[in-house]
Design a protein around this ligand. Structure first.
Ligand code: ZN
Length: 59
């Protein structure tokens, strides 16, 4: 099973995501789609599919 955001191995603490960041990304995407409002992602510099999102300091 892999993270639906970045397709990395999931972390049991953040299932079904690999990290809290990806969980936030998914939530933000969900809310964005619900309200159809473009939300600037200044606080989360990891857009879905970003391969540079593997920040060790986030773990
Ligand atoms: Zn992920």
């Amino acid at each position: 099973m892999t993270c639906p955001i970045c397709a990395k191995a999931i972390d049991p603490k953040y299932r079904p995501f690999c990290s809290r960041r990806c969980a936030d990304v998914d939530l933000g995407r969900w809310l964005t789609e619900s309200y159809a409002i473009p939300v600037p992602e200044a606080d989360q510099d990891a857009p879905p599919g970003d391969h540079e999102a593997d920040d060790p300091s986030e773990r």
